[in-house]
Design a protein around this ligand. Structure first.
Ligand SMILES: [Zn+2]
Length: 127
């Protein structure tokens, strides 16, 4: 094996390593892109839920409920009434096992997956 042949072998070897490196990078890029998409999907979902929770926290009800008295309980509609007391939503409260939970606890709970779904379901059922 002369010097030129050795050089060619080394070049071929280096080229193969470089190509493998590029393939690994491409795999990594695809992985990162997929990961990014999953992350954005979660953020979007969370922000929809956050919107609803923020509305409740600031006492905002959907327009059709805002000024009226509750048709079922004959009291003034409010976030507190709807989340804590309203008969219309008692089935949803039972479903989430939140019959004896105070509204302030519901709105202030951290890591509140169960109550997120509860607030969302109540909000959507009011629309
Ligand atoms: Zn009511």
């Amino acid at each position: 094996m002369d010097k030129i042949e050795i050089r060619k072998k080394i070049d071929k070897h280096e080229n193969r390593i470089w190509k493998q490196g590029m393939q690994n990078k491409e795999t990594l890029i695809n992985y990162r892109m997929a990961k990014q998409n999953i992350k954005e999907e979660r953020l979007w979902k969370n922000s929809e839920e956050d919107k609803i929770i923020r509305k409740f926290q600031s006492g905002i009800l959907p327009k059709n409920k805002h000024k009226d008295d509750c048709t079922e309980c004959k009291v003034k509609n409010s976030v507190t009434h709807i989340l804590n007391d309203c008969k219309i939503y008692s089935q949803i409260r039972i479903k989430y096992n939140l019959q004896n939970t105070n509204i302030l606890e519901i709105l202030q709970l951290k890591g509140r997956n169960k109550t997120d779904d509860y607030l969302k379901e109540i909000y959507l059922s009011m629309l």
